[in-house]
Design a protein around this ligand. Structure first.
Ligand SMILES: *[C@@H]1O[C@H](CO)[C@@H](O)[C@H](O)[C@H]1NC(C)=O
Ligand SMILES: *[C@@H]1O[C@H](CO)[C@@H](O)[C@H](O)[C@H]1NC(C)=O
Ligand SMILES: *[C@@H]1O[C@H](CO)[C@@H](O)[C@H](O)[C@H]1NC(C)=O
Length: 476
């Protein structure tokens, strides 16, 4: 697939030249959200529609620095303009690894401060709208307060971006607005509707609730998903909200990694992967928002060691609100562990090139917190998941992955979320996924699904066609 290469010739995929319509991306300032909307910016700008990416200087820098997977990362900036907006300074505390609720409550001061983006965003939108035929605002669903002034700009329209799965959105709408519609009800067995308890803090629920009054009409909703993965749930959402166009235009992440041109600058874990047998390595990483307690780290180390499987384990502390300021805490690894597993495991303490790892032929499994960004990346690359949900929409994604799509197994059972996962549970899960007949069957399903999902972004594929039609719609 060469969609991003088209940009080199300066023409969009369909030869569109739409300088009179501009897109303004308003992401929520947390990594999984920043990243998904930066990928979407890349996809849209490939149609020669200029994109304005709007956040604080810190978060623009964070998004750019961690962005990878496209052929020409530098060319991104040609069609994407970053706007560093100013908000008052905010506290940036460290997470508490021992907190019973794993929701990143240490980011709440940042979330609160992000509301101050309202005025600078409104100013920017007014400026852009006086020069453009139409301004298209794509706002994270958690930024409704910030973009509330869109309604006073006659040539602006907004599209809500939902950073979670369509399945998660469907369950959310269904619980909140629709009471008990029997038709949909029949389709949702109880065991695929996990408890929301422990997913968020009360303060974050308040944060969501306080924006409800600003949820104005939007012209449509965008999802980082693909109908091959979640067609059933897209259909159900469409039935519930008939007056709004719903677009499934994912995966936003690149579906094929650029050809390896040289080995310079490659992360050492990729060099290590090159030397391993196909599907022999499990990649272990829990995203950017949670910190693990020492006792859990010990159990995980023991479980990985005793599984006797090969692994890459990314062990970082959670992001703080301002990732460029303040000391980075390094969680402790049990003494002697790295020496003992030297020949079959690797612990990575810095930012890992997740997409490259997942697309590497030696990677045969992903132990993941099931954040939607990571879930989509794993599904796209055809890697089965050992699910270890921590908070937010992750328990729901874990259900989608293990029970609906059947491309993974559970390691951390959400109904026992308050307990440490013991090393024997981890050992057994890793062995099952990496070295059993059942694991092979799950992997085969994941491989098939991944192939279909990658194909959906090729010319004529379902997601590509839906993206074409979204761009045609906004540039009409
Ligand atoms: C999301 O995707 C990017 C690459 O596309 C990756 O670098 C990152 O580790 C992933 N996770 C989060 C939480 O951003
Ligand atoms: C966030 O804002 C809410 C509402 O104003 C307030 O009650 C809460 O204390 C704030 N939290 C933090 C961590 O600043
Ligand atoms: C932004 O997102 C919300 C969804 O939370 C949506 O209701 C709203 O209409 C969007 N746009 C504006 C201008 O508020």
């Amino acid at each position: 697939m060469a969609n991003h290469q088209h940009r080199q010739s300066g023409r969009g995929i369909n030869g569109l030249h739409q300088t009179d319509v501009v897109v303004v991306m308003v992401p929520f300032p947390a990594q999984g959200h920043l990243n998904q909307l930066l990928h979407l910016s890349h996809l849209i700008s490939a149609y020669n529609v200029p994109v304005h990416y709007v956040s604080t200087a810190i978060h623009n820098r964070q998004a750019m620095l961690r962005f990878h997977g496209w052929d020409h990362p530098n060319s991104v900036s040609n069609n994407i303009q970053f706007h560093d907006l100013t908000i008052p300074s905010f506290l940036s505390p460290h997470p508490n690894p021992n907190a019973p609720n794993k929701f990143p409550s240490h980011l709440q001061p940042l979330f609160n401060a992000s509301l101050h983006l309202r005025d600078p965003v409104a100013t920017l939108l007014r400026e852009l709208s006086s020069n453009a035929r139409r301004v298209i605002v794509i706002n994270d669903s958690l930024m409704a307060y910030v973009v509330q002034d869109v309604v006073s700009i006659p040539n602006a329209e907004s599209y809500a971006f939902h950073a979670i799965s369509a399945f998660g959105c469907f369950l959310f709408y269904w619980r909140n607005r629709l009471g008990n519609p029997s038709e949909e009800n029949a389709k949702i067995p109880k065991d695929i509707n996990p408890s929301l308890e422990g997913c968020f803090t009360a303060e974050f629920w308040d944060f969501i609730a306080s924006q409800r009054q600003f949820q104005k009409r939007c012209s449509g909703r965008l999802y980082d998903t693909c109908r091959i993965i979640e067609g059933t749930f897209m259909d159900l959402i469409e039935k519930m909200e008939r007056d709004k166009k719903q677009w499934a235009i994912g995966p936003f992440n690149p579906v094929r990694m650029p050809e390896e041109k040289s080995s310079t600058g490659r992360h050492k874990c990729l060099e290590w992967l090159d030397k391993q047998a196909p599907n022999s390595v499990i990649y272990v990483s829990f995203g950017t928002t949670t910190a693990m307690e020492d006792e859990q780290i010990k159990e995980l180390a023991n479980g990985l060691e005793r599984s006797e499987q090969k692994f890459i384990w990314v062990l970082r502390d959670a992001d703080i609100g301002d990732v460029f300021n303040g000391e980075v805490k390094k969680p402790e690894i049990p003494k002697g562990f790295e020496e003992r597993v030297e020949d079959r495991g690797m612990v990575v303490r810095d930012w890992a090139p997740q997409l490259e790892i997942l697309s590497h032929p030696s990677t045969g499994g992903f132990m993941s917190h099931c954040g939607w960004n990571s879930s989509m990346e794993s599904i796209t690359m055809g890697v089965p998941i050992a699910a270890w949900p921590m908070a937010s929409d992750q328990p729901t994604n874990a259900v989608l992955i293990t029970k609906v799509l059947k491309v993974g197994i559970i390691v951390k059972d959400w109904s026992r979320r308050d307990q440490i996962v013991m090393s024997t549970t981890i050992e057994n899960a890793v062995k099952m996924l990496m070295a059993s007949k059942e694991g092979d069957e799950i992997r085969n399903r994941a491989v098939d699904l991944g192939g279909a999902v990658r194909g959906s972004m090729d010319k004529g594929g379902v997601s590509r066609m839906e993206l074409d039609s979204f761009v045609a719609h906004i540039t009409r």
